[in-house]
Write a protein that binds this ligand. Structure first.
Ligand SMILES: [Zn+2]
Length: 240
């Protein structure tokens, strides 16, 4: 193969690969391949589509990894899948695959499966706002958040990126904002229909329901909960 990664790509790779923790997945978009960082200096192919360009992508990505100083392993039992022709099915399949991978994530301290933790009991923490670079070269502010939870086995403070948390815990736990004395739980359209049919909105909207904008009680609302209708659950029992 004549292809060689250019300097920019190697610079990106050096930063990106180093930042990934051991056991983390690397799934380059639209490549049809997936790697796992199995050691500080090693990536292993774990998944490949049975597609003519997937092999080529694999060769190029391997070259990039090697240029960045990593070993690349290709075991004999790599999972090879034939992609469905229907793009929607394919997205669904990719999502299910990612979910399956997430079920295998482990506590970095003790190895306890993250999926076995009490995922409803997280704390949502705003980290910082960064200038994210867009495709057209301009930048836009991007809020970084994380889900914090204690490992049920060793107590280690786990910090999980929101996209990863969604894969790991599912929509219900993801759309829940624990903020100390209150928990705000996003309602689905079906939830709202049920409440409406039960007569909850006949007089006015009850006090345990609110609509979220970008701030709530002077606090930043996580962006994926902007514009949602939420049920307010009070803790501690004293207030209402
Ligand atoms: Zn642990």
């Amino acid at each position: 193969m004549d292809w060689k990664p250019n300097e920019d790509l190697i610079k990106w790779g050096n930063e990106h690969f180093k930042a990934l923790s051991v056991d983390a997945m690397w799934t380059p978009q639209d490549s049809g391949v997936q790697f796992m960082k199995t050691a500080e200096d090693t990536f292993q192919l774990v998944f490949m589509y049975n597609h003519p360009t997937a092999r080529e992508h694999y060769e190029k990505l391997s070259l990039l990894l090697k240029e960045c100083g990593y070993k690349v392993l290709e075991p004999d039992d790599v999972e090879v899948q034939t992609p469905p022709l229907n793009p929607q099915m394919q997205m669904q399949m990719e999502h299910e695959h990612k979910q399956k991978v997430a079920q295998g994530w482990k506590c970095p301290e003790c190895g306890y499966p993250l999926a076995n933790n009490d995922l409803d009991n997280h704390i949502l923490e705003f980290v910082e706002t960064i200038d994210a670079e867009l495709d057209d070269g301009t930048t836009a502010p991007l809020e970084l958040w994380r889900y914090m939870l204690a490992c049920n086995s060793c107590g280690y403070d786990l910090s999980v990126d929101p996209d990863d948390f969604l894969l790991l815990a599912g929509d219900e736990a993801f759309m829940k904002w624990n903020k100390g004395e209150e928990t705000l739980v996003a309602l689905t359209r079906n939830n709202i229909v049920d409440l409406a049919d039960a007569g909850c909105f006949e007089e006015s909207v009850p006090p345990f329901i609110t609509l979220l904008g970008k701030t709530y009680k002077d606090e930043k609302v996580p962006p994926w909960m902007w514009g949602t209708t939420v049920r307010i659950v009070h803790h501690g029992g004293e207030e209402e």
